[in-house]
Design a protein around this ligand. Structure first.
Ligand SMILES: Nc1ncnc2c1ncn2[C@@H]1O[C@H](COP(=O)(O)OP(=O)(O)OP(=O)(O)O)[C@@H](O)[C@H]1O
Ligand SMILES: [Mg+2]
Length: 468
């Protein structure tokens, strides 16, 4: 349950009211009642005293008839006097004639008085009164006060809640709605009128903040558009350049192969090593240009997937066969373990081959006299069936602080000045982009001097996933 601001603001008032009511009920009211009873009792005592003063003369004269008629009259005049008894000095009953019965009624007030005249006791009087009239009046007053309290509470609560709603809650609710619309990038929501109070200050600050956010957003959008445009231009330039470079390079490679063949035919081996060096450098350049072209294509969103169904086991065999000479060159042992749960997969075979080749050539390059293990397993990511290819090597490893930037293009762990290993730092960037294009990703864990594990996760059925 939402404990709204209005209720929270009304709470102190309710607590104050409960405090006041408790004070009234348990402190003021009992002392007020007690005071009333005391006053009433004193009044009755004074009345009895006056009455007996008036009877002194008759008492001295033993005029019992007068005493009787006077007391009878007085008793009739006082509705609250229930029993009045008068006795002489010997405690003989003078009024009434017979001993009246005891009244068992609560609350009754009993007044006993010994009346003296010139130092001698003349009468003993006992009066039992029923102060119902006072209690009646008091009850009426108390219930009126209770109603007054309740009405006060109701009026104060309703008034304060209405006022709080108008001055605090409604503007804050409107502000919250406007803030929500700002988070949806709508800066045109109506703001509540700002009064000259704290809520007004909040509204003005919000309006200023909103216009600042709008300004920043416009700037960010503009910067993003410019950056996107620049990337597009860069990608287009790289794509064009790579294309333009590839044509003459293919010609150079083609002609160098022709020259190599001619030299073989003429049995002239003198220039063969030079020609082979040209071919090697040309091939390296060609693969570099191809990588750049691929990266630019992906960035420009022009890389297309050729999804087909094939045997993963066969592809792994094919790639390991290609990479075997590289592993042998560095004295590395290649081990392959393909789980029987994975066989036929549906994805882009060429791009998967390219990714595997990049990862495996890295493993061979950065491992010497070590072990390179390829394991293929089935897995699932949420509802999607996946296969996981992990390539573990016991090579030089990667420092933890370099791992975050490992997949950025042209990033290598060893610096350009003391580079020991060849390469351009494009392989991992391209491999990650390709695997993301195929709906998966590459992650890495590594420890310096212990080795690295690159894990490639891809959906087993890309066509199905694309359709979904
Ligand atoms: N298996 C590995 N063991 C240790 N370091 C690695 C491994 N794989 C990658 N690296 C580090 O990551 C860097 C980037 O790798 P990446 O494949 O992108 O570039 P490269 O191999 O240097 O060049 P190329 O573009 O020819 O692949 C490497 O230079 C190397 O420092
Ligand atoms: Mg590489």
């Amino acid at each position: 349950m939402k404990f709204g601001l209005r209720l929270k603001l009304a709470l102190p008032m309710v607590i104050l009211w409960i405090g006041l009511f408790a004070g009234f009920e348990y402190y003021w009211l009992p002392s007020f009642l007690q005071e009333n009873i005391t006053r009433y009792t004193t009044e009755q005592e004074q009345k009895v005293h006056l009455l007996l003063n008036g009877l002194v003369e008759s008492g001295l004269r033993d005029d019992l008839a007068n005493i009787y008629s006077t007391l009878n009259l007085v008793l009739k005049e006082h509705e609250d006097w229930l029993i009045l008894t008068l006795r002489d000095t010997d405690k003989n009953l003078l009024y009434p004639l017979d001993q009246p019965p005891e009244i068992d009624k609560e609350p009754l007030i009993r007044i006993s008085h010994e009346h003296k005249y010139s130092g001698t006791t003349l009468f003993f009087v006992d009066l039992v009164t029923d102060p119902w009239k006072i209690f009646q009046e008091q009850d009426k007053l108390i219930s009126e006060l209770h109603w007054l309290f309740l009405t006060m509470l109701f009026v104060a609560l309703t008034g304060s809640m209405l006022l709080e709603g108008r001055l605090v809650c409604l503007p804050i609710q409107e502000l919250a709605r406007a803030a929500k619309r700002v988070s949806d990038r709508d800066f045109n929501a109506r703001l509540p009128t700002a009064r000259n109070d704290e809520v007004g200050e909040l509204i003005i600050s919000f309006a200023l903040m909103r216009s600042d956010i709008q300004l920043y957003q416009d700037e960010i959008l503009q910067a993003r558009d410019e950056a996107l445009k620049a990337t597009r231009v860069k990608s287009e330039f790289l794509a064009n350049m790579s294309h333009e470079l590839r044509t003459p390079l293919n010609a150079i490679l083609g002609y160098s192969e022709l020259i190599e063949d001619d030299l073989f035919e003429q049995n002239s081996t003198k220039h063969l090593p030079d020609i082979q060096k040209i071919q090697c450098a040309g091939n390296h350049l060609l693969s570099l240009i191809n990588d750049i072209l691929d990266l630019s294509k992906i960035e420009a969103g022009k890389m297309e997937l050729q999804v087909c169904t094939f045997s993963l086991q066969e592809l792994i065999n094919e790639v390991t066969a290609t990479i075997q000479p590289l592993a042998e060159k560095n004295g590395d042992t290649l081990k392959v373990n393909v789980s029987h749960e994975v066989n036929i997969v549906n994805t882009d075979k060429t791009k998967l081959r390219q990714v595997l080749f990049n990862l495996l050539s890295n493993a061979c390059k950065f491992t010497s006299q070590g072990l390179i293990q390829i394991s293929v397993n089935a897995s699932s990511l949420g509802q999607t069936d996946c296969f996981i290819i992990s390539i573990h090597d016991t090579g030089i490893g990667i420092p933890q602080d370099k791992i975050a930037s490992l997949f950025d293009a042209f990033t290598q762990v060893d610096s350009a000045y003391n580079r020991k290993y060849q390469g351009t730092g494009l392989g991992l960037a391209l491999s990650r982009k390709l695997s993301q294009l195929m709906g998966g990703d590459i992650t890495v864990t590594s420890q310096v001097n212990s080795g690295s594990t690159f894990t490639l996760t891809l959906p087993s059925n890309l066509a199905k996933q694309q359709a979904a």
